[in-house]
Design a protein around this ligand. Structure first.
Ligand SMILES: Cc1cc2nc3c(=O)[nH]c(=O)nc-3n(C[C@H](O)[C@H](O)[C@H](O)COP(=O)(O)O)c2cc1C
Length: 202
C-alpha cells in the first residue's frame, strides 16, 4: 500500500451520534437512498464502541452535525471517552427529540429510526430512516479533512487546577527545596495547567 491515508480524503463530515445512554463521534456517515420519501442514512459503528451496544438496544438514534465553530469539547467528550466509564450526556448539554438525546452545541440534528444493521466485520453498518431533523445555526459543517488539519487544537485537553488545602503548599515548597538542595532531579509536582493529548487513530 503506497499510502492508505488517501481514504481520509473521501469527502465526509463529522457527527455526534447520540442514543439513550451515550454516543460517540462518527465520520463514517453517508446518505444511501430513500424509503417512503424519507432519506436513508448509513453510519458505520465499531463493535468495540459501547455505542454499538446502545444502538443494538435502541430503535432510534440521532446524528448531529459538528460545525467548524462547535465547541471542541464535544469532540473530546464523545470521541475520546467510553460511554461505559463516563456520562457523556451529563457533560454535554442535550435536548430530547422523539425520545432521543440530541447534542445541542452542534449545527443541527437528524433523528433516525433504525431499519437495518449490516455486519461489516469490525463494524456494523446501521441504516436509519429520517423521521425528524432541524438546523440550529448556519455554521459551516466540519469536514473530516478540516478535522485532520486542525486536530492538534481540537483534541487539546486542558485540565483545571484543583486548589489544594492550605497546608499543602508550604509542605510542598519544603519538600521541593530539600530536593533541590540535595541536587535531586527536580520535577514540578503540579503545573498551573497541564495539557495532555490522547493517542488517536482518527
Ligand atoms: C474524528 C473521529 C472520527 C470517528 N469516527 C468514528 C466512526 O465513524 N465510527 C466509529 O465507530 N467510531 C468513530 N470514532 C471513534 C469513537 O468516537 C470513539 O471510539 C468513542 O470514544 C467511542 O465511544 P463509546 O465507547 O462511548 O461508544 C471517531 C472518533 C474521532 C475522534
Amino acid at each position: 500500500m503506497k499510502n492508505s491515508k488517501i481514504t481520509r480524503k473521501i469527502t465526509q463530515g463529522m457527527y455526534v451520534l447520540t442514543v439513550k445512554g451515550g454516543g460517540c463521534v462518527v465520520d463514517a456517515v453517508a446518505r444511501v437512498g430513500s424509503r417512503d420519501d424519507a432519506p436513508l442514512i448509513s453510519v458505520a459503528v465499531a463493535k468495540a464502541n459501547h455505542s454499538h451496544q446502545l444502538l443494538a438496544e435502541n430503535e432510534k438514534f440521532a446524528l448531529s452535525v459538528i460545525g467548524e465553530q462547535t465547541d471542541p469539547e464535544v469532540i473530546q467528550v464523545f470521541g475520546f471517552n467510553c460511554s461505559k466509564d463516563c456520562d457523556k450526556l451529563a457533560k454535554i448539554e442535550t435536548i430530547e427529540v422523539e425520545d432521543v438525546p440530541v447534542a445541542k452545541a452542534t449545527l443541527g440534528y437528524m433523528i433516525l429510526e433504525k431499519i437495518d444493521a449490516i455486519d461489516m466485520g469490525t463494524h456494523t453498518l446501521y441504516i436509519g430512516k429520517l423521521i425528524e431533523g432541524d438546523i440550529f445555526s448556519d455554521d459551516e459543517p466540519m469536514s473530516y479533512v478540516y478535522y485532520q488539519e486542525h486536530k492538534d487544537d481540537l483534541t487539546r485537553i486542558t485540565t483545571k487546577r484543583i486548589n489544594p488545602p492550605g497546608f499543602v503548599r508550604p509542605v510542598a515548597i519544603f519538600i521541593m527545596a530539600r530536593q533541590y538542595l540535595m541536587i535531586i532531579n527536580v520535577r514540578s509536582v503540579d503545573s498551573v495547567k497541564s495539557i495532555s493529548r490522547k493517542k488517536i487513530n482518527y
